[in-house]
Write a protein of this length. Structure first.
Length: 263
């Protein structure tokens, strides 16, 4: 697996942590609320063929919390500035959970620098009548357990996040997530109206056993984004890139290879 470098990037006065590894076409990975600043094995696998950039969102982990950060749309606009500052083109954009919401908001605004969009267990829309777990009504231990189909994987993440040196980071991440997603819970009531504007090839990767955003959400996103494809990963909860990294990388790579062959 390919290692990475950890650097700082200043964009319009906001300093963020940035992990980067590999070489090739750029792949921008936007993390969810629980995996900020972690270079997971799936990223290392992707970096064997791609230039993988994994920033830590403003308001999370080792990144600044700027005064202008109020909404998920603010983060989408910020990442458009990041793409401009780094002068990246033909970017494969991948967003998971909250990062998927950011990626969707970015794509409805401007796809000029994008080659594709992949949403993984993404928040951002609401599907009426679909039962979901509410993370704000669960304990920290329950929230971690809720992310996975396999309970042994939840114990690994819980052990990592419960280390004393992680206390401030976890609190910061939780505070920012609450600020951005508290009301309404985990979605923008206007986003669905504009998803038809996404004009790059799109893949939706979902865990078959996702309890936070069940696979009905993948079907809803597929109806709203023209030509979107879906990959449902068996025996998997809300974090396919963490719980089933091989299946996640295989689904994403198959999509990217097919897109490139069709170009």
């Amino acid at each position: 697996m390919v290692d990475h470098t950890a650097t700082r990037l200043s964009v319009r006065g906001c300093n963020i942590a940035l992990m980067r590894g590999g070489a090739g076409r750029p792949l921008l990975f936007l993390h969810g609320g629980n995996d900020a600043g972690i270079w997971i094995p799936a990223l290392a696998d992707l970096a064997a063929r791609r230039d993988v950039l994994a920033p830590v969102h403003p308001g999370f982990g080792a990144s600044d919390t700027p005064d202008w950060l109020d909404t998920v749309a603010d983060l989408a606009s910020f990442y458009l500035d990041v793409l401009d500052q780094l002068d990246l083109s033909n970017v494969d954009l991948v967003g998971c959970d909250l990062g998927g919401w950011i990626a969707a908001e970015l794509a409805v605004r401007n796809t000029r620098r994008l080659s594709s969009l992949t949403l993984v267990g993404a928040a951002g829309i609401h599907v009426k009548g679909v039962a979901q777990l509410d993370p704000f009504l669960r304990t920290d231990a329950e929230n971690i357990r809720d992310l996975f189909h396999d309970p042994t994987r939840s114990r690994e993440l819980w052990q990592h996040l419960s280390h004393k040196e992680m206390e401030d980071v976890v609190l910061k991440n939780q505070t920012t997530t609450a600020k951005l997603t508290w009301q309404p819970r985990g979605y923008n009531p206007h986003l669905y109206k504009w998803l038809h504007r996404v004009d790059v090839p799109t893949l939706l990767i979902w865990g078959a056993d996702d309890r936070l955003y069940p696979k009905d959400y993948a079907a809803a996103y597929q109806r709203l984004i023209p030509g979107a494809k879906t990959a449902i990963i068996a025996d998997c909860g809300h974090l396919p890139h963490v719980e089933q990294p091989r299946a996640f990388v295989a689904a994403l790579q198959e999509f990217l290879d097919a897109k490139r062959a069709a170009a």
